[in-house]
Design a protein. Structure first.
Length: 171
């Protein structure tokens, strides 16, 4: 009862217990699956590559995408929401969408290294926005600076789609 509310501790305990159950059940499911299942990947096709890049493009260009959502939070100066959004967006956007596109399509060493560098830059942009939103460090100009850098980095990543050699899919 460190925070003075028994309800909070019970809720926190329930969440921890649920997380532990999920982790254990995930481990069991992984141990049951065969090695062939572990190697099963999304087939690399022209359509899969296009869809992966489109998912990234949607986040950058769509009024419903995460970049627009973040832009709206910045315009409001809602530091708490910016902090929360940037904390989760790396996983939801960069890892789930950008890395998927990179792994599907960008396979030459130079292109792969450049894509990894851009993906890492997006992470640092999100970290910069998060830091600029923290209590005692709140600086909207800092948040805006990293937001603009993130948009440039995502656009640079999307430009890499033109480097994909689709000739291999035309066989």
């Amino acid at each position: 009862m460190a925070n003075g509310s028994h309800g909070e501790l019970s809720r926190r305990g329930a969440l921890r217990k649920a997380a532990n159950v999920f982790i254990v059940s995930s481990g069991v499911a992984l141990s049951i699956s065969s090695p062939a299942d572990a190697k099963e990947k999304i087939p690399v096709t022209r359509e899969a590559i296009s869809q992966a890049f489109q998912a990234v493009r949607y986040q950058l260009e769509s009024p419903e995408g995460g970049v627009k959502t973040l832009e709206d939070l910045i315009a409001k100066g809602d530091f708490d929401e910016i902090m929360e959004f940037t904390k989760n967006y790396d996983l939801e956007f960069r890892k789930a969408k950008m890395v998927k596109a990179r792994k599907l399509a960008l396979t030459s060493k130079d292109t792969k290294d450049r894509a990894i560098s851009i993906c890492n830059a997006v992470t640092f942009d999100l970290i910069g926005m998060n830091k600029g939103s923290r209590v005692g460090q709140q600086d909207i100009n800092e948040v805006k600076k990293y937001f603009e850098e993130m948009k440039v980095d995502v656009a640079r990543f999307l430009e890499m789609e033109k480097d994909v050699d689709f000739a291999a899919f035309d066989l």
